[in-house]
Each structure stands twice: as C-alpha cells, then as structure tokens.
Design a protein around this ligand. Sequence first.
Ligand code: HEC
Ligand code: HEC
Length: 188
Amino acid sequence: MTKVRKALFAIAAVALAAAAPVGAQLTPRPTRPQVVPPQGPVRQIIFKNCTSCHGIDDYGFHALDQAGWNALIDERHKTKPVELVTSDRELLVGWLVSKFGPGTRPFPRAYVPPEITTFFSDAEAEALLKRSCTACHDLERVNTGRFSADRWRVITVDMRERGAKIADDEMERLVEWLGRTKGTNPNQ
Ligand code: HEC
Ligand code: HEC
C-alpha cells in the first residue's frame, strides 16, 4: 500500500468503528404496557404473591377469560407453581378478567417506536387528533391528560389496538407533541 492509501484506509476504518457502536446504542426497544396496580384486597394479593419475581406490566399482553387466565398462570409457572389460596386466586383472576378480559385488546409485543426527524406543529397535531381520535370519545380526554411521553406512547398504542387509525410515523410524531405540550411539567 502507498502511504496515501494506507492513510485513507485508516480513516475509513476509524469511521466504521465509530459508526457501529452509535447505531447499536440507538436501537430502540419495544414499547411495553404500563399496568396500574389495583387498590384494595387484590393489591395485597398481588404484592404478597406475584411481585417477588416480576412486575405486573406483562399482564397487559393478554386478553383472556377466567379459564384462560387460570390456565396461563398455571402454564407459565409450571416449574415453580404460584401458591394461592382459592379465595385469593378467585379475587385475583376476577380482577384480571375485568381489566384484561376477552373484550379487550392485548398490548402488542413488538411495537418499536420509529425514529423521527420531523416534528408536528400544533396545527398538524390537532388535525391528526381530529382525524384519528374522535371516533370513540371527544378530545377532552386528550386535552385534559397530562402524561410523560413514554406514557403517552403506551396510551396511543393502546388506542390503536382499540381501533384508532394512525400510522407508526404519525403516532411517534403525535407522541412527541403530546409529551411536549401535554407533559407532566406543571407549567404546561
Ligand atoms: C417464583 C417466581 C414467580 C412468581 C412468584 C410469579 N411469577 Fe409470573 N412468571 C414467572 C416467570 C419466570 C415467568 C415467565 C415464564 C415464561 O416466559 O415461560 C412468568 C410469567 C408470567 C406471566 C406471563 C407474562 C407474559 O409475558 O406473557 C403472567 C401473566 C404471570 N407470570 C403472572 C403472575 C401472577 C398473576 C403471579 C401471582 C399470582 C405471578 N406471576 C407470580 C415467575 C413468577
Ligand atoms: C376505537 C375507539 C377509540 C379511539 C379511536 C380512540 N380512543 Fe382513546 N379511549 C378509548 C376508550 C374506550 C378509552 C377508555 C379506556 C379505559 O378507561 O380503560 C379511551 C381513553 C383515552 C384516554 C384516557 C387514558 C387514561 O389513562 O386516562 C386518552 C388520553 C385517550 N383515550 C386518547 C386517545 C388518543 C390520543 C386517540 C387517537 C390516537 C384515541 N384516544 C382514540 C377508545 C378510543
């Protein structure tokens, strides 16, 4: 190799080495459901029997009736069965069916938010809300909501599972705008 070619080769190698880890760091992870713990006796049952190994967010991946929930709990804990007295199990499964019953839509396991490079103006976001978010409830629900962008993403993914018509890239721009204009900062 000539000196010049060697130098060019070295530059290219550095550029490649620099590009790889940055790409890896930016790989976004799928959005996960966020399940709010119930109040009352079911809360006690969950904290006593269920949260020592994993959180409760994964419950959102399922939409099952009573038999389905019982079977899932048995099946997933085959190696180390969860021991619940019958009355506690009935209460817990009753709550699971009321929140994640066959009439609900399971949260998707694989939604990875796309990276966005353009951002909504207020007018663009409001037009999208009007188009995609008014079929089932009015925009009062959106306008009075104050959540972090991550929580807005979970809500919006959930709304799409329920039937809101909205594409991935629109969704991510909407989430960014909602987090910016209806975030948890008390001054907004
Ligand atoms: C001893 C540890 C342990 C306890 C206690 C436990 N789990 Fe699990 N649970 C697991 C493991 C491990 C998995 C994953 C099994 C698999 O992926 O096959 C799991 C999976 C699950 C899943 C499926 C999650 C998914 O991604 O689909 C549900 C639902 C669940 N558990 C509910 C419960 C409930 C309700 C309780 C309390 C009654 C409970 N777990 C208590 C260890 C536990
Ligand atoms: C197919 C019907 C449907 C469409 C379309 C829809 N929603 Fe909803 N939305 C619901 C239902 C049903 C609830 C009540 C859910 C509950 O209380 O568990 C809800 C509740 C909400 C809430 C309150 C959530 C909370 O945790 O307080 C917000 C915010 C919201 N929707 C925003 C939106 C946005 C943004 C869109 C458009 C992207 C949208 N919705 C489109 C059905 C819909």
